[in-house]
Design a binder for this molecule. Structure first.
Ligand SMILES: *Cc1c(COP(=O)(O)O)cnc(C)c1O
Length: 239
């Protein structure tokens, strides 16, 4: 094994242990939580190793980096998640490789995603990104819609051709009433998911938790955790 492979295997095993322990502590089955490895800023060669190590879900946040990486890894049995703020002029490219877009936060984006999904003949899964630090009706600093805006967007996705409403996503806020209270933030997201599923019963995905707070997310009931640093190492620049 190469050094990088050994390192990634060891990191992955540690993350796997953390998820398992968090599931045990929460009385949940390990299968209820899916690990998504966030490979942003890391090369396609790392994605290939992760695939060989059994990873099946990867996430990226910038189309410029993700598009060539996904193309270089097109032969691998991976699901690609897009988790970054998404401009409408990048939607055509993203729809070319993304199975799920986790950062749906405005109606213009829904329209663009639907149009491009139809054009590509693909079905794209969508998560509404929730900003728990946004004022009602407002937007988060790192994208996301305030809780009050979920219903309208969810209905829009639900009616859009080529799109499938899969659930909700959040990033633990750094500001506002949930700053430093990850567990409370993720529990709020779970409540919002319960509300959402009344009208959209198939929208069961709850994407929450990163390297630093995956335990809190699993405890709250997240179905998907998005882990970058703990698997791949500290990123050279913020990405
Ligand atoms: C980078 C990123 C992650 C992973 O963060 P780590 O702290 O490296 O685990 C998760 N979610 C989103 C939206 C990200 O941009």
């Amino acid at each position: 094994m190469t050094d990088r492979r050994t390192q990634l295997a060891a990191n992955l095993a540690k993350v796997e242990e953390r998820i398992t322990a968090a599931c045990v502590a929460a009385g949940r089955k390990r299968e209820e939580v899916t690990l998504i490895v966030v490979t942003k800023t890391y090369p396609a060669s790392d994605v290939r190793i992760l695939s060989e190590l059994g990873v099946r879900h990867v996430a990226e946040n910038r189309d410029q980096d993700a598009a060539p990486k996904a193309a270089a890894c097109a032969d691998l049995p991976l699901k690609w998640h897009f988790v970054g703020q998404l401009q409408t002029n990048k939607v055509r490219s993203v729809v070319g490789y993304a199975d799920v877009v986790q950062s749906v936060d405005r109606s213009k984006l829904v329209t663009a995603l639907s149009k491009e999904a139809v054009r590509a003949g693909r079905e794209v899964g969508c998560l509404i990104q929730v900003a728990l630090d946004a004022g009602e009706g407002g937007r988060g600093e790192r994208g996301g819609v305030a809780p009050g805006g979920i219903e309208e967007l969810a209905d829009l996705v639900g009616e859009a051709t080529g799109l499938r409403l899969d659930g909700l996503m959040t990033v633990a806020p750094l500001t506002g009433e949930y700053a430093g209270r990850e567990r409370a933030a993720f529990e709020r997201l779970m409540d919002l998911s319960t509300d959402l599923r009344r009208a959209h019963p198939a929208a069961t995905m709850v994407s929450a938790g990163m390297s630093a707070d995956l335990e809190q997310a699993v405890a709250a009931g997240a179905t998907h955790v998005r882990v970058g640093t703990a698997v791949l190492g500290v990123r050279p620049r913020l990405g």
